[in-house]
Write a protein that binds this ligand. Structure first.
Ligand code: NAD
Length: 499
C-alpha cells in the first residue's frame, strides 16, 4: 500500500475538536511545538486549549448528552456506529499507523500490527459487549421484582499518555460512548497526530457531533481544567503515578468517580524449570517492545541462580542484536524515545546504575543516529532490589536483572515494590504457577506468556499502579450509574401510618 501523504494531514496549528469541528485556536492560545522524536525537528504546532476552550468542549458534550439522541439511543444503533468506526479505522489503518509512528517513534511494524489493530478492536469489543450484556433481575423476594439498570453517567473526561496514544485513548473513548456517555478526550501534548484522522473517522461513522470532543494541551493547563470542570462527571486517566495522585485528589474534591491506570516496575520471574527458549523470547519482548516505553514492561528480570548465567548469555546476545533505527523502516525494532526529556531521564538512570555499582551488561548510553532521541537497549545486573534501577519506573529500553535462590525468594522480590501492575512467571511447575497466581500482588499475572490483554477481563494495578480497572464489566462499572428499580408482583397490604 502506498504511504499516505502525511504533510497534508497535519494542519499548521492543531486546535481542539468541539461539536464535530476543528476549532480555530484563538491568537491568545499558547503554541507548543510538536516534535519528531526520530529527528529532533519540529513537525507541527499545538494550540493549547485553555480553561475556556475546555469549557466549550465540555459544554458541547453536555448538550449532546442532554439531547438524548446518543445517550438514550437503542443499543443496536450505538453498536452499528461503533462497528462503522472500527471499519473506517481499518480502512485508514495505514494513515493512522504512519502518524502514530511519526509522533511516538514506535516502530511502524508495531504501530501497524499492534496499536492500530488494538484501537479498532476497542470499538468492536464494546460494540459486542453492549449488545450482549444484560442487566440483572432479582426475583427472590415473592412480593417484588427488582431490576438493575445501567445508565450512562454523563460527561467523561478522558486523559491519555503518549506511549500508546491510539490504543489507550480509544479504550477510554470506546468504553465511554458505548454506554451512552459523551466525552472530552485530552491526549498527551506530545502525541496529537493520530487523533486528527480519528476525529474525522468518528464523524464519518455517523457519531453525533459533540459525543466525542478533543482538547490538546499540557497536563497542568488543559488536563487540570478538564478534571476540575464541574460538569465532568467521571474521569479516566492513564499516565504516571505522580500525576495519578494529583488527578485522584482533584477528582475527589469534585466527588467525581475516577479510575487511574499508572506506572509499573514489573517482575519477570524465570525459574530453572521453565522453557528457556520461550522465556528468552518473551524477556526481549517484555523489556524492549514499544521501545521499552510501556507500563506493563517486564523491567525487573528475576533469574533463578542455577540458570542465570546461561539465560543471561542468550538474553544479552539477543538484546545486542536488536535493530535500533528510524521507526518508519520495517526492519527497525527499537525507535527513539519520545522526547529529549525522556532521553535525559533514561540516560540519568544509566548514570545512577553506575554510581550504585550495578554492572552494565549492555548499552547504557544514547545511540548516535545523527539526531533524534535514541538510546541503546540496556541491561544492568543490579546488586539488590533496593537499588533505584529496581525500584523506580525508568520507562525506556532498560532492564534490571536480579538473581534468586528459590521460588519463595522470587515471590518476595517481585512483591517488594511500590508498584503492582503485572507480573510474568516462567515455570514448568503447575504448583509454582498456582502459587504465583495466589501470592503475587499485581493486577495481572502472566504465566508462561507475555503481554496478553483479554479485554473481557479487568486490567489495572494493585498498590501505586492505580485505582480501579477497565475492561468488560469493569468499564461498565466506571461509565454507568447503576439504578435499582423495584416493582410489586401483586397487590399486598401496605403498612399504614396514621390510619
Ligand atoms: P503523565 O502522567 O506525564 O501524563 C499523562 C497524561 O496526563 C498526559 O495527557 C498529560 O498531559 C496529563 N497530565 C499531566 N499532568 C496533569 C494534571 N495535573 N492534570 C491533568 N492531566 C495531567 O504520563 P506520560 O509520561 O504521558 O505516560 C507515561 C506514564 O504512563 C508511565 O508512568 C506509564 O507507566 C504510565 N502508563 C500506565 C498505563 C496503565 O495502563 N497502567 C498504560 C500506559 C502508560
Amino acid at each position: 500500500m502506498e504511504a499516505p501523504n502525511l504533510a497534508t494531514a497535519i494542519p499548521d496549528r492543531i486546535g481542539a475538536w468541539t461539536d464535530g469541528h476543528w476549532v480555530a485556536p484563538g491568537s491568545h492560545a499558547n503554541d507548543l511545538p510538536v516534535m519528531n522524536p526520530t529527528t529532533g525537528q519540529r513537525i507541527g504546532t499545538l494550540a493549547e486549549a485553555d480553561a475556556d476552550a475546555v469549557a466549550a468542549a465540555v459544554d458541547a458534550a453536555r448538550r449532546r448528552f442532554a439531547a438524548g439522541d446518543w445517550s438514550r439511543a437503542p443499543v443496536d444503533a450505538r453498536k452499528a456506529v461503533l462497528v462503522r468506526i472500527r471499519d473506517l479505522m481499518r480502512e485508514r489503518a495505514e494513515e493512522l499507523a504512519q502518524l502514530e509512528t511519526l509522533g511516538t517513534g514506535i516502530p511502524i511494524t508495531q504501530a501497524r500490527g499492534r496499536h492500530v489493530l488494538r484501537a479498532a478492536m476497542n470499538f468492536e469489543f464494546f460494540a459486542e459487549f453492549i449488545s450482549q450484556s444484560a442487566d440483572r433481575l432479582y426475583d427472590q423476594n415473592p412480593d417484588y421484582l427488582t431490576l438493575v439498570r445501567h445508565e450512562p453517567v454523563g460527561v467523561a473526561g478522558l486523559i491519555a499518555p503518549w506511549n500508546a496514544p491510539l490504543a489507550l485513548a480509544t479504550m477510554k473513548v470506546a468504553g465511554a460512548i458505548a454506554f451512552g456517555n459523551s466525552c472530552v478526550l485530552k491526549p498527551s501534548e506530545l502525541t496529537p497526530l493520530p487523533f486528527l484522522p480519528l476525529m474525522e473517522i468518528l464523524h464519518d461513522a455517523g457519531l453525533p457531533d459533540g459525543v466525542v470532543n478533543l482538547v490538546n494541551g499540557r497536563g497542568p493547563v488543559t488536563g487540570q481544567a478538564l478534571v476540575a470542570h464541574p460538569d465532568v462527571d467521571v474521569v479516566a486517566f492513564t499516565g504516571g503515578t505522580a500525576t495519578g495522585r494529583l488527578i485522584g485528589a482533584a477528582a475527589g474534591k469534585g466527588l467525581k468517580r475516577v479510575v487511574t491506570e499508572l506506572g509499573g516496575k514489573s517482575a519477570n520471574i524465570v525459574c530453572a524449570d521453565a522453557d528457556l527458549d520461550r522465556a528468552v523470547d518473551a524477556a526481549v519482548l517484555a523489556g524492549f517492545s514499544n521501545n521499552g516505553q510501556q507500563c506493563l514492561a517486564g523491567t525487573r528480570l528475576l533469574l533463578q541462580r542455577t540458570i542465570a548465567d546461561e539465560f543471561l548469555d542468550r538474553f544479552i546476545a539477543r538484546v545486542r542484536a536488536l535493530r535500533v533505527g528510524p521507526p518508519a523502516e520495517t526492519s527497525t525494532e527499537i525507535g527513539p524515545l519520545i522526547s529529549a526529556g525522556q532521553l535525559e531521564r533514561v540516560s540519568g538512570y544509566a548514570k545512577v546504575a553506575r554510581e550504585e555499582g550495578a554492572e552494565i551488561l549492555t548499552g547504557g548510553d544514547p545511540a548516535d543516529l545523527g539526531g533524534g532521541y535514541f538510546f541503546q537497549p540496556t541491561v544492568v545486573r543490579a546488586r539488590s532490589n533496593e537499588q533505584r534501577v529496581c525500584r523506580e519506573e525508568i520507562f525506556g529500553p532498560f532492564v534490571s536483572v536480579l538473581e534468586f535462590e528459590d521460588f519463595d525468594e522470587a515471590l518476595s522480590i517481585a512483591n517488594d515494590s511500590e508498584f503492582g501492575l503485572v507480573a510474568y512467571v516462567w515455570t514448568g511447575s503447575l504448583a509454582q504457577a498456582m502459587r504465583a497466581a495466589d501470592e503475587l500482588r499485581t493486577g495481572v499475572v502472566w504465566i508462561n506468556t507475555p503481554l496478553f490483554r483479554e479485554l473481557r477481563a479487568p486490567f489495572g494495578g494493585f498498590k501505586h499502579s492505580g485505582v480501579g480497572r477497565d475492561g468488560g464489566d469493569w468499564s461498565r462499572g466506571l461509565f454507568t450509574e447503576a439504578k435499582t428499580v423495584s416493582i410489586p408482583r401483586r397487590d399486598f397490604a401496605l403498612a399504614r401510618l396514621s390510619s
